[in-house]
Design a protein around this ligand. Sequence first.
Ligand SMILES: Cc1cc2nc3c(=O)[nH]c(=O)nc-3n(C[C@H](O)[C@H](O)[C@H](O)COP(=O)(O)OP(=O)(O)OC[C@H]3O[C@@H](n4cnc5c(N)ncnc54)[C@H](O)[C@@H]3O)c2cc1C
Length: 373
Amino acid sequence: MDEVKITIIGAGVVGLAIAAELSLEHEDIVVLEKHEKFGQETSSRNSEIIHSGIYYPPNSLKAKLCVEGARLIYEYCEAHSIPYSKLGKLIIATNESELTNLKELYNTGIQNGAKGLRLIEKDEINKMEPNVNAVAALYSPSTGIINSHSLMSQLYRFANAFGVLFSFNTEVDFIERNKDGYVMGIKNNGYKFFSPIVINSAGLFADYVAGLVGIDIDRTDYRLSYCKGSYFSYAGKSPIKMLVYPVPDKDLTGLGIHATLDLGGRLRFGPDTEYVDAIDYRIDAGKRGLFYETAKKYIEGLDKEALNPDMAGIRSKIKGDGIKDFVIKHEVDKGMEGFINLIGIESPGLTASLSIAKHVKNIVDREIRTLSH
Ligand SMILES: Cc1cc2nc3c(=O)[nH]c(=O)nc-3n(C[C@H](O)[C@H](O)[C@H](O)COP(=O)(O)OP(=O)(O)OC[C@H]3O[C@@H](n4cnc5c(N)ncnc54)[C@H](O)[C@@H]3O)c2cc1C
């Protein structure tokens, strides 16, 4: 049977970042991707924001990897000429009752190490964004936007140049634990090979892949639910220059329908939150009214008819109530040495992709030292 030392399942931004990071020191790596190209799922269907790390519970992986990831991603963009812009962001309170939540967010952001945060009042908001309607705001100067496709292309080229093999149109549908590692099986052609180290970065299907190796995804709380987020683009001239977000829900299901700009200056609103049973990226044009009513609460002078259905993405949310952290786990306690699961890599997964990759590399380095003894 053929053997590959390290197998990565999934070529989204996370799988690509892991491949690029591991390729610096390791050889004999394959990335298996079921689509014909990299980045065809969630990594191409998001807001492309580099978050600063405000929202997440202190000491969570999300907080740590977001703050570190933002720093790494800006450095990476500079080093590899990847288009980005540090536009800055306002999280706004539109009435007095939201002020407490805003202050809590500020405190959380400071604890997490988010850079340059300031609570600002109406006068300063008016100077920054005259069309924004707010009584106060949390200003985050280090939040930015990135061309995520350029990031993925760079990671792909880099990993390729350092010897990583990419196998597209290759869907894993069988994994069997044996004494020294894992037998991997490919859908449709029956091909099987052996790998002592397997990294599951399969995004929306990471729970299914964990199930393939025999993990009970309900007992381990790995089962994912799908939370769709739709966007509407704005055809007119943007009345804002920065990213503008409302105060989010307490449970962080989403960050609230917010206003983002892409690198071409195009304004978009979204994503909303809608739990769905299946992956379906179509957008309900009937939501225009809801988007307009939400957006006009905090941005003045919008034209409803300029809002058009744009695109949708699907969040891979770990099932259950409350805020869930990223799961990045070497499954040693389940008797699965060498198997690393990445589950629930929802936002800020794009921002954190490079730090997630470093985190996974530390695990792989340790595992390889163990294997060689
Ligand atoms: C609406 C929305 C907005 C977001 N906005 C932001 C944002 O502004 N900033 C931010 O930091 N994050 C954001 N995120 C989160 C971010 O997009 C994700 O965290 C990130 O893209 C996850 O990348 P991934 O590589 O884990 O998953 P994916 O991009 O889904 O990649 C997984 C890959 O695995 C492949 N795969 C699955 N199963 C198999 C199999 N059996 N065999 C082979 N291949 C398989 C898939 O085809 C896919 O290519 C947002 C997410 C959503 C949904």
